[in-house]
Design a binder for this molecule. Structure first.
Ligand code: CP
Ligand code: NVA
Length: 301
């Protein structure tokens, strides 16, 4: 593995290797065992969109591994004034040991990898959020012990989260159901990928049908970053696409609820369900451990 651009590029064993190392790093952190596996290394972090979890977990993760992280906002970089991504990639490759980028177009992330000569990590695009799904899989395995035949249902927008969950969960042997309006389905390329998994993948516009016998119910905001202007129209389109007591009542007993956060209580999830499912915060913590594993796999000597 040279980069982490999207989960479609990773094999099942590459995903499991990351998760195993993440479990080990989490255990060692809890027992104050330090590894400075990235001593002297620098990660550049380009953020074209806001972030709480991704920024703080990557920055502290690099520190804990003995390296440093540089926060690079487009306001400060020349990218914001039109410097091409290929020149930026070539120049930053001369200073840094890796780049984490959060941006709009997936192509920009792919171009950084194409023109640069250092590992590139996708910290969220409109198409994918692979770091989040690695932390999600880590959390599911912590709670459920295994992946085989577990069913994850995603409720809401067929967005970057839905795209990455479909790929990540199917690759490790889970079943995936998506409940979304016909007008907001996941990316065509992802639906094409899912076809090969036969009845392990299911899509419906009916929340209760999709949530039936789910072991994990997942949701995300109705309007993603960059779609703020469509918020009102989206509220109408997603009415009823909510993780609530009714959705949970048809899921399996002990079903987990996950959310990448930030959450909008009263929209895609009720406050009651959020408060009853504190595993959402284990999921947020696991961003740190999963990303440290990714950083070690990509950047350690
Ligand atoms: N889930 C997630 O990526 O959160 P941030 O937007 O806060 O980084
Ligand atoms: N779909 C959301 C995820 C945030 C972590 C967004 O892209 O804004």
């Amino acid at each position: 593995m040279k980069h982490l651009l999207k989960l479609l590029d990773l094999s099942e064993s590459e995903i499991l290797d990351i998760l195993n190392l993440a479990d080990q790093l989490k255990y060692e952190k809890k027992h104050n065992i330090e590894h400075h596996l990235l001593k002297g290394k620098s990660l550049g972090m380009i953020f074209q969109k806001s972030s709480t979890r991704t920024r703080v977990s990557f920055e502290t993760g690099m520190y804990q591994l003995g390296g440093q992280a540089l926060f690079l906002s487009p306001r400060d970089l020349q990218i914001g004034r039109g410097e091409p991504i290929d020149d930026t990639a070539k120049v930053l490759s001369r200073y840094l040991d890796g780049i984490m980028i959060r941006t709009f177009a997936q192509q920009e992330v792919e171009d950084l990898a194409k023109y640069g000569s250092i590992p590139i990590i996708n910290g969220l695009t409109d198409f994918a959020h692979p770091c989040q799904v690695l932390a999600d899989l880590m959390t599911i395995r912590e709670y459920k012990g295994e992946f085989d035949n577990l069913k994850l249902t995603f409720v809401g927008d067929g967005n970057n989260m839905a795209n990455s969950l479909i790929v990540g969960c199917l690759k490790v042997g889970m079943k995936v159901a998506i409940a979304c309006p016909k007008t907001h389905q996941p990316d065509k390329s992802v639906l094409e990928f899912a076809k090969a998994y036969g009845d392990k993948f299911f899509m419906s516009d009916n929340v209760l049908e999709a949530c039936k016998n789910a072991d994990v119910i997942y949701t995300d905001v109705w309007a993603s970053m960059g779609q703020e202007g469509e918020a009102e129209e989206r509220k109408k389109a997603f009415e009823g696409y909510q993780v609530n007591a009714k959705a949970l009542s048809v899921a399996n007993k002990d079903a987990m609820v996950l959310h990448c956060l930030p959450a909008h209580r009263g929209e895609e999830i009720t406050a009651e369900v959020m408060d009853a499912h504190q595993e959402i915060f284990d999921e947020a913590e696991n961003r740190l451990h999963a990303q440290k594993a990714v950083l070690v796999k990509l950047m350690a000597d």
